[in-house]
Design a protein around this ligand. Sequence first.
Ligand code: CU
Length: 507
Amino acid sequence: MFGPSGAAYNMCVETSTRKMGGHARPRNVDPGAAMKVPFFQKSLTRRAFVSAASLSATVTILGGSRAVSQAMAQAEAIAELRAKAGSVRLRGPQQPATNIMGYGGTVPGPTVRLRRGQEFTARLINDGAEPTTIHWHGLRVPNAMDGTPYLTQLPVAPVQSFDYRFVAKDAGTFWYHAALAGQLARGLYGPVIVDESEPVDVDHDVLLVLDDWNLDDNGSLRDIGGSAASGQHFLFTANGLRDLAIPARRGERIRLRLINATVNRLLPVSLSNQTAWVVAIDGQPAEPFIARDSQVVIAPGNRIDLFVDIAEDVGDTVPIVIDSGGGQSVQIARFAIEGGASRNGSRGAPKSLPQNPLPSRIDLRNALRVQLALGAAPLPAKPSVERKKISNPKTNNQGTNVSWMPMDQLSSSLGAPLFSVRKDQPVVLTFANPGDQAYVIHVHGHTFRLLDNLDDGWKPFWLDTLLVGPQQTARIAFVADLTGKWAIERRSLSEPSRESLTWFEVS
Ligand SMILES: [Cu+2]
């Protein structure tokens, strides 16, 4: 049996049961696992929320019944996401606690687990002391549900609530987080898993939400203004825990979903010589390929889904290690290899995951082309600056001087969009980074292709978040197929407080 902490990666009873053909192992009905999904319920009345304590018993019972649990998964799910202060022992049970802000007062917040095509409502209740919103990172939701403060909604004041309602268009690994400046760093985030319509051929589905914490000796969070360049003094956690143990058997294929929930740390993750197939990037299926040296590098906000084929023997451990900078490595989790039944032997190359409804072609000849400079310093305290509207966007590159608005200075006066496009028009954005800082770019509402350097060919995967290194230029392409006002977020890897955004309009 596995205690609550051992089950911290295995968050959803009904899905585990489905994959295992109804023969649930003890771990799948563990109350600790059930507590991780305190909000799934059959929607009898939309306003009736069930408390975590009473629901956990219900979920545990349902775990044994395939039919009932599938019916539950297909019913409209409602999540109550309460942004509130909490106290968590990130360093371990005997260590000083850290005051965080989290959904439900925990970190990560509850796992939102949906089926593709499922309609979903999350009620954000602000039990904190400052305004907040939720951004659904990578999910292609209607503009009014995107959660960008002032651009798509007003921040939700303390004591107030807001209902986010959308259909899960794409299967994959996504996440949600508070969008106001500084709130992600304090713990206001959680994972979103959207299951494929058909079962995926793996033995287990394991989720690791990765984060770094700058703590002092008393366990208090240091000001995020500090430099994150060196990971020496940082604590690294997976699902809010240190060195999480994940039981596995030799011969098993494990789907490992990795989410980089840090504000601005690049995370090279390695799996000690196990064969790790990359099957999805930023939630979207990719043609499976084997990660070189069993390592993947995940930028802040990016997600990678791996199929890991366990080749070790009973009693062994497979460390999951990150490079924390300067050649230092930190073990953040491990597979603990157990005895018992296993397939033994290799399954061979995995099939691609089923495609999501993304455009099969992007007509770049008719694309609106806009260039954005990343290296320019953010504006000083003056948020409402008139920005240049591109008059002849097909031919000119005058978008270079972008006014990136600092996230901590957003207000209702967001000025004019950087560019405007008609719905369904292709867009090519060039991000030029002449400076010596790396930036992470996140385009809201749209999943994009990364174009090749020399021509308009593209890499064989989709992204919603992109790292642009120093002195690099990157070009992306997408179809602007969702109307509304969409943010392009920019975050510096070396200066955590420098979050900023610009925006475009699709009409
Ligand atoms: Cu995000």
